[in-house]
Design a protein around this ligand. Structure first.
Ligand code: PLP
Length: 515
């Protein structure tokens, strides 16, 4: 038999390009990160990823916020190895195991008081969206009601109920409520006043017998909207949501899929306001980089019959071991407090950067969940609901049920560099997704991976691991600053503008508000 002639081994560069080419020809058109980040990761540790092309990147995407300890943290690897070496079964449906018992102990040790004392846990199919569906089903069963309250700009996942509760779609009976924010406040005010109006609108919808909103099965809220553009809920507003729901026996579901495990500077983001939700939806970091999703909820909601909620892959032992190790490490090493301190310093430096560039509309965040919103100063202020240029939108927040927002109101607060807009400024500047893409690409050229998000995909997002060192944080910000300088310099070309030079936008150093 003649030996088949093997082709010569491909060069590393050719192999790497081949992998990317095959991906783009075989994977679905729905692929996302793979489009903007043409990287073939082959090794990773902590903040750093090494690509098949030999390049190293600082990874501030962190598996869309899943990697609280960065890539391949030694305690995570050790936990996984110890399960593998023990001969324990890897697949056990929802049977009891020592690994699951230890994970549950560790998780309960971190929960808000009420849930820790009398909470129940349901292990779900492994994605965050599965846990969101489970939470909806739970509150519908427990209350005997249907219909949900959710917020503008929310993101809860890609399955049907979760998608309906997210900002971009509608199907299941979801009533959309305004989520407070400063820069693109639905009332054109921002600050505490804007948040108060948002709460007032919710209250009036619930209490007005002619609002068209029947008492719902639950309210779902992200304590910091992540995909919505890094919008931390004001503490007072979140407390008000808790009061309103409690007084009307509406279970409050906190979606902590992205905000949990120290990310925002508190172990759970509800800790900033001190509220106790009835249900918490948890995924991402709780699996220590492996797929795991649960809901924890107050005992009195536990009206399910055996088998009412199930799923084959509820017993991922490796994820539970990795997750328990992650939860323990974050707790024992005070990484939530570390995220608060370091995140605060990073925000300060970014706000100084925003003071130099009119193309940065706002810098915001909580802990190590940071967003930089890019805008188009050439188009002038006054853009509102769609992030484009134009007069105010008289129909109000998405859904058209809000108060008349046609009249722009200047912010009563003094402008902060990089936060909101100031006296005399007619609202936020139009969003600039093209500028955000340009910054992301310039970051990548400099070996920095960042995510994009926000209503108009104009927010550059940083989600570094909580283990990032001070020096690494400086390196991230150096690269980001250089990328902003390149993408926002006079005459720079931004994608989608067919070679039209971008406007010249650097602010005068020290200028407090857009001209
Ligand atoms: N909820 C929030 C707040 C999220 O950020 C996400 C994903 O980013 C989800 C739910 C859905 O999680 P998954 O993508 O694992 O389904």
């Amino acid at each position: 038999m003649a030996l088949t002639q093997l082709p010569p081994a491909a060069s590393p560069a050719a192999a790497y390009e081949g992998i990317l080419r095959r991906q783009s020809s075989r994977e679905s058109a729905a692929r996302t990160y793979a489009r903007s980040l043409p990287i073939v990761p082959v090794r990773a540790r902590g903040l750093t990823i090494e690509g098949a092309d030999g390049r190293r990147y600082l990874d501030c995407l962190s598996g869309a916020g899943s990697l609280a300890l960065g890539h391949n943290h030694p305690v995570v690897l050790e936990a996984i190895r110890s399960v593998l070496d023990s001969g324990a079964p890897l697949h056990v449906l929802d049977l009891a195991t020592p690994v699951k018992d230890a994970f549950t102990d560790e998780l309960f040790a971190t929960l808000p008081r009420g849930l820790a004392a009398s909470g129940r846990i349901q292990f779900c199919s492994p994605a965050g969206t599965d846990a969101v569906e489970a939470a909806f089903k739970l509150v519908r069963t427990a209350t005997g009601r249907d219909g949900l309250l959710a917020f503008t700009g929310a993101y809860h996942g890609m399955t049907e109920g979760a998608l309906a509760a997210s900002g971009g779609a509608s199907g299941v009976r979801v009533t959309r409520l305004p989520y407070p924010q400063d820069y693109r406040c639905p009332y054109g005010i921002g600050g505490e006043h804007g948040a108060r109006l948002a709460a007032r609108w919710t209250e009036s919808l619930l209490d007005d017998p002619k609002s068209g909103v029947r008492r719902p099965a639950g309210m779902i809220v992200e304590p910091v909207q992540g995909e919505g553009g890094v919008l931390p809920a004001p503490d007072g507003w979140l407390r008000r949501m808790r009061e309103l729901t409690e007084a009307r026996s509406i279970p409050l579901i906190a979606d902590e899929v992205q905000t949990g495990v120290g990310r925002t500077g508190a172990f759970w983001a509800v800790g900033h306001s001190g509220i106790e939700p009835d249900v918490m939806v948890l995924s991402k970091a709780i699996g220590g980089s492996l797929p795991l999703a649960v809901i924890v909820y107050l005992d009195d909601l536990d009206v399910w019959q055996p088998g009412d909620h199930a799923g084959t892959f509820r017993g991922n032992q490796l994820a539970m071991a990795a997750g328990a190790a992650t939860l323990r490490y974050v707790r024992e090493n005070g990484l939530a407090a570390r995220a608060a301190t370091l995140g605060g310093r990073m925000l300060d430096r970014l706000r100084r950067l925003a003071g130099e560039y009119e193309c940065i509309g706002e810098v915001r965040g909580a802990g190590l969940m940071i967003g930089i919103e890019f805008v188009d100063p050439e188009q002038g202020a006054g853009a509102f609901a769609e992030g484009g240029r134009g007069a105010g939108d008289a129909t109000g927040p998405e859904g058209g049920h809000g108060p008349d927002c046609g009249t722009r109101i200047s912010s009563p607060a003094a402008p902060q560099p990089g936060t909101g807009y100031g006296p005399g400024v007619e609202g936020p500047l139009p969003a600039s997704p093209a500028r955000a893409v340009a910054v992301q690409q310039e970051c990548l050229r400099r070996g920095l991976i960042v995510e994009l998000g926000g209503r108009h995909s104009c927010v550059v997002r940083l989600l570094p691991p909580l283990t990032i060192t001070d020096e690494q944080a400086e390196a991230v910000l150096d690269r980001l600053s250089d990328a902003v300088a390149a993408a926002c310099r006079p005459g720079s070309r931004i994608p989608g503008t067919a070679g039209i030079p971008a406007p010249s936008t650097p602010k005068e150093a020290g200028a407090a508000s857009p001209a």
